[in-house]
Design a protein around this ligand. Structure first.
Ligand SMILES: [Zn+2]
Length: 131
């Protein structure tokens, strides 16, 4: 099962399964035992994060841009004519498979009840048939 939660919320070792911190910034003073793996590449870019936090972009704009960023080609893609990385595509597929076999929890620094958090967008994307 694929879940999301705030990294600040109590840890449920059995229920959480693999705890992924999916944020660009790890967080100063954050203890490394609060997550199993830190994946900054699953967080919004610093530029996009700054745009939404400053109010330059609405949540709807942010959502669209964030989903685009997840599939953006990197410089390595120009070196492969056929099979490209397509951003985080294969990482997302891996998480999808892990979540079929056990629990995976995507985490962010946002509060537990924050609905406008990219972790929910990630969860929906991974659960969809787009990847
Ligand atoms: Zn968040």
């Amino acid at each position: 099962m694929l879940k999301t939660k705030s990294v600040e919320s109590p840890i449920d070792r059995d229920g959480d399964g693999l705890r992924i911190l999916a944020t660009r910034f790890r967080g100063r003073g954050m203890s490394t035992d609060r997550y199993d793996v830190w994946m900054p590449s699953l967080g919004p870019s610093e530029q996009l994060l700054q745009a939404v936090q400053s109010g330059q972009q609405s949540w709807a704009q942010f959502s669209r841009e964030f989903l685009k960023e997840l599939f953006m080609d990197g410089p390595i893609d120009s070196r492969s004519k056929t099979i490209k990385n397509h951003g985080q595509k294969f990482t997302l597929r891996l998480i999808k498979d892990l979540a079929r076999k056990g629990n995976v929890t995507l985490m962010c620094h946002c509060a537990e009840d924050q609905q406008q958090c990219h972790r929910h967008l990630l969860q929906r994307l991974i659960a969809s048939n787009k990847i």
